[in-house]
Design a protein around this ligand. Structure first.
Ligand SMILES: [Zn+2]
Length: 397
């Protein structure tokens, strides 16, 4: 009788143990499911990331190497103050006269005679693409190759760093490479020094990938006053603007963006109507962005339309009759470049050595991590074991 009671007790305790095990297993499963949900959220985030492959809203840090400031002649750069973003907007501006300079954001800066806006010959058209490279640049390069068109890419240094292979392919295919700064700032708001860093950091990235550096540059937002242009020209750049703007950047707000793109091109072709054409050029330089899928997809239609009308599609340099679109040398003279490269190499070696030394330090083995769930599981198991052992201990006594 005593034994049967004990057996009964043992069976109850055994059932209790099984029940506790089941509860713990369910809890672990719920935790795992929660982890899976987290993975799903991350996966969804990936899907909402921009298809052009460029991280949205991320602040770009422009590299600054002191040696880049050498060899820039500032003696002919006008000593004008920096201009804050937003300080050049005017209501009722008279953009054909004295308001041009003061109202630079409303009217656009005063054009210089040697700034390129359009092609001097009729039936010449230069397609230009800004802000790339991006993931869409590959499709654009495929289209241009298939249609045997040479275009101009005004690239950002930071994006060259993300997609060097597309820049290399563009340069190797005979397209013109122009600079569009490293981080796309409002140049008039920057000091001379910071403008030099923007340009040289971009040159450096392009040169590393292609062995060439651009002779043409397009100021972000088309903004450049006499100080900025003076500085850029003293650094050896030609200023490349445009005279046809299909506003492809309105693609997110405008559901008919593709239609608008075609209409702007048609207006230029049929009525010679363009928003800006200060030199009254009879040929056109159009502005697009290879950041936008919609814009890239319109290119085959543009090309066919223009060719049917007898247009010759060229690079910007070809249309303005600049025989050399690029420089084939680094912006630093050889001895200075050699010294800079040596210093760079020594710095990288030092960094690598410091990292290796860090790795060689034997880390103290961390205490095994016990999660709250498994710790409470262990406690309940110990309690159960004590309950199960108690009757046997009582028997022995
Ligand atoms: Zn731009």
């Amino acid at each position: 009788m005593r034994y049967s009671k004990l057996t009964h007790l043992f069976a109850v305790l055994l059932l209790l143990a099984v029940f506790l095990q089941l509860v713990q297993a369910k809890k672990h499963k719920e935790e795992d499911d929660e982890d899976d949900d987290d993975d799903d959220i991350e996966e969804n985030d990936k899907h909402t990331a921009p298809a052009n492959g460029i991280p949205p809203g991320e602040e770009i840090k422009t590299p600054r190497e002191a040696v880049w400031l050498k060899n820039v002649d500032l003696s002919k750069v006008p000593n004008l103050p920096r201009r804050k973003v937003g300080s050049g907007r005017c209501a009722n501006a008279n953009c054909d006269g004295p308001d041009n300079d003061r109202c630079f954001e409303t009217c656009g800066n005063k054009p210089d005679d040697d700034d390129y806006y359009g092609c001097p010959d009729r039936l010449n058209w230069a397609l230009t693409f800004d802000d790339g490279p991006s993931l869409f640049t590959k499709e654009l390069l495929d289209t241009l190759d298939q249609m045997n068109v040479k275009a101009t890419f005004c690239v950002m240094g930071a994006h060259v760093k993300l997609f060097p292979e597309f820049l290399k392919r563009a340069a190797d295919s005979g397209h013109q490479i122009a600079s569009h700064t490293y981080s796309h700032p409002h140049l008039m708001s920057l000091s001379n020094e910071d403008i030099i860093y923007e340009m040289r950091a971009t040159d450096e990235e392009i040169f590393k990938v292609t062995g060439i550096r651009p002779k043409f540059m397009r100021p972000p937002f088309g903004e450049a006053d006499q100080r900025v242009k003076g500085l850029l020209k003293s650094m050896g750049y030609k200023i490349l603007m445009w005279n046809v703007d299909p506003k492809d950047y309105e693609v997110y707000e405008n559901p008919n963006a593709a239609e608008q793109l075609q209409q702007v091109i048609d207006a230029a072709i049929q009525k010679h109507e363009t928003v800006t054409n200060p030199h009254d050029d009879p040929g056109f330089i159009s502005l697009q962005h290879d950041l936008y899928d919609v814009s890239v997809k319109q290119v085959p239609i543009f090309v066919k339309k223009l060719r049917d009308l007898g247009y010759n599609l060229t690079t910007a340099a070809q249309c303005v009759k600049e025989s050399e679109p690029h420089y084939n040398q680094h912006f630093l003279p050889d001895p200075l470049l050699a010294q800079h490269r040596n210093e760079e190499k020594a710095r990288l070696e030092k960094e690598a050595a410091a990292k290796a030394a860090e790795k060689n330090v034997v880390p103290v083995a961390p205490a095994p991590k016990v999660s709250q769930a498994s710790s409470s599981y262990a406690t309940s198991t110990y309690l159960l074991a004590t309950f199960v052992a108690m009757p046997f201990v009582a028997l022995l006594l």
